[in-house]
Write a new protein. Structure first.
Length: 616
């Protein structure tokens, strides 16, 4: 059958585009075939699970990934050919043309050999002899690019688990470098069709020998390899030891050592990717799309900025923004730098006393520029989902979040922001699941642990909230002490709650009075008035004040603290049990079900004009 110029052969299980075979994983092929047999009809996620995975329990990531791979055979037209139908499933939007039963690639080969069959038969014999000689001297072509055009190789890519590189000295700086190198290496290797690079959480599970609960079953792990290594600092260089091992036997397949100048670290990712490919006997080449990474100064600033952004401290966010602006001056078409800059401006109002509207405007503008340069950036699309949410377009926001997860299912930030959005909507169980996925992907992230703590405390799971809030505090996020205080107050320990309030980041003037009221040294009326009189209206202060009202059973004035025009993540707190009576009011109902109006002015201006204005 033929769809949008792509030929699908169900018998040979092949996909041809422009007369060239496109390798496709078995389950992605099954998804494509099932949609092709039901054109124009919305196929639900459950229907795909029943038909392709035969009711086997898998995560949503498995379906998202298979659909994304199925779309990839159509190139840039993929999302138009296989459309996501919001909250319902997927639909093949193109017509399906039935072709003769004879496999397309066989027809092409027969037409090609008829003019000079004897010549080509002789050539085939020579090639067979050469390949036999090559195999004797130990070169493995079975996993190389030439083999990727065979059906067997196309259906059996090498599963690869990439683990964070261990730091041998150098403190947190080297530990950060080891984690970042593994993440960047995974991204580089994903561009090679002969490899199935597992997600971060799946890689850890595979390496630990745990039973998998994702789409990757035990049978799919045949021939799997583990990539790991160590980074060690020296005076003017970084030494990296790379190892590739067999998953089943843990036998060392190969290793290589590198010593790189600290001023040239950005090229290390490409070198490591080439080394892995050599160890797997796959032809080494610069991964497609990595040319930008070779812009050494820009890429180095990008890495440093992402590390600063994760810290969320006010000075680190300013530092991240400055570094990314420098990177974009050096590489104006660096899509991921625009995406990272959008993320910095998006979170800035939560951690600094800045003009929130201006910061968010810059975030949305940078996200659009990132997507213009690279439409597959999931984090940038999630930021546009935040814009839609802020404009009251909640249905559009949900669709954008789902699309962002399809593009980047293993991105902790996308999962965190989606979880926060679902908390705001009162979808507590769905939010908790996404928060847990984010922590599984990045367990050492203070932000991921904080989001899971919020999901737990709002749902009334105090022990879970304490576990992750304390972990976030230990990882360097003292503002999470507000969750510790709330959970301890619910458990009846007012002293512990008051102690946690003493350790908050940037507490408002109302917090000491709230603390005194908890201990019985001030009245609830005094605390309420202090909160209403507070001059601070930034998001962090509003969150602190709402939790104080919850701890003092004074939630009736909570809506006076919420921005009615564009409620933020603080609105999620109102789904907690302490605000049950408040949720019965018409005022709450109006905020919880916004009237979806037209797009904001910012969404209709030309990209370049928006970006120039936002960069002032």
């Amino acid at each position: 059958m033929q769809i949008a110029g792509v030929v699908i052969d169900p018998v040979e299980r092949t996909v041809l585009s422009d007369d060239l075979e496109v390798p496709l994983e078995p389950r992605a092929f099954d998804v494509l075939l099932y949609l092709a047999r039901h054109p124009g009809r919305v196929v639900s996620r459950q229907e795909l699970l029943d038909a392709v995975w035969h009711r086997r329990v898998v995560t949503d990531d498995a379906v998202y990934r298979a659909v994304r791979l199925a779309r990839s055979v159509f190139g840039k037209a993929g999302p138009r050919v296989i459309k996501t139908v919001h909250a319902r499933g997927y639909r093949l939007a193109e017509s399906v043309q039935e072709l003769p039963n004879e496999p397309a690639k066989t027809r092409k080969f027969q037409q090609f050999v008829r003019p000079s069959a004897w010549f080509w038969l002789a050539a085939a014999g020579i090639i067979s002899t050469v390949l036999a000689i090559v195999s004797v001297i130990g070169l493995k072509f079975d996993a190389g690019p030439s083999a990727l055009h065979s059906g067997a190789a196309a259906e059996s890519p090498v599963p690869l688990a990439v683990l964070p590189f261990e730091a041998a000295g150098g403190g947190e700086a080297m530990a950060y470098l080891g984690r970042e190198l593994a993440a960047e290496l995974s991204e580089a290797l994903r561009t090679h069709r002969g490899l199935l690079v597992l997600g971060e959480a799946t890689s850890r599970a595979v390496a630990a020998g745990e039973e998998l609960t994702t789409a990757y079953g035990a049978g799919d792990m045949d021939g799997a390899r583990i990539v790991s290594g160590r980074v060690r600092p020296s005076r003017r260089a970084v030494r990296v030891q790379l190892e590739v091992r067999d998953l089943q036997t843990r036998r060392l397949v190969g290793s290589e050592a590198f010593q790189w100048s600290r001023s040239d670290l950005s090229q290390l990712k490409t070198a490591l990717a080439g080394a892995v490919l050599r160890q797997l006997s796959i032809e080494s080449q610069v991964p497609p799309g990595s040319e930008r990474a070779l812009l050494t100064p820009a890429y180095e600033r990008f890495l440093e900025a992402r590390h600063a952004w994760r810290g969320r401290a006010p000075d680190s966010l300013d530092r991240a923004a400055a570094l990314l602006h420098e990177a974009l001056e050096l590489a104006p078409d660096f899509a991921r730098a625009y995406e990272a800059l959008a993320a910095v401006y998006l979170v800035m109002p939560s951690w600094q006393e800045v003009d929130g509207e201006a910061a968010r405007f810059r975030a949305y503008s940078a996200a659009r520029e990132a997507l213009r340069l690279d439409p597959g950036l999931g984090e940038a699309r999630a930021i546009l989902a935040e814009e839609a949410r802020a404009a009251g377009q909640w249905s559009a926001a949900e669709g954008l979040f789902e699309r962002a997860l399809e593009d980047d299912p293993h991105n902790p930030s996308v999962l965190q922001w989606f979880a926060e959005f679902q908390l705001m909507r009162g979808q507590l169980e769905q939010a908790a699941e996404k928060a847990r996925q984010a922590v599984a992907l990045d367990p050492m992230s203070a932000i991921a642990n904080t989001v899971q703590a919020w999901a737990a405390v709002i749902a009334g799971r105090n022990d879970e909230a304490l576990l992750h809030a304390r972990r976030a505090v230990a990882l360097g996020l003292p503002s999470s002490n507000i969750i510790v205080a709330w959970a301890e107050r619910r458990r009846g320990d007012r002293e512990a709650a008051a102690s946690a309030l003493e350790s908050l980041l940037r507490p408002s003037a109302a917090i000491p009075i709230c603390r005194s009221a908890l201990l019985g040294n001030a009245s609830v009326v005094e605390a309420r008035q202090a909160i209403l009189d507070s001059r601070r209206s930034d998001q962090l202060a509003v969150i602190y004040h709402l939790v104080c009202l919850a701890m003092l059973n004074a939630g009736d004035i909570a809506l006076e603290l919420i921005d009615r025009q564009s409620p933020g993540i603080e609105f999620a707190i109102l789904w907690a049990p302490e605000f049950e009576q408040l949720r019965l009011t018409p005022e709450f109902g109006a905020l919880a079900t916004p009237v979806e109006g037209p797009p904001t002015t910012a969404t209709s201006w030309p990209l370049r004009i928006r970006w120039k204005l936002a960069s002032r």
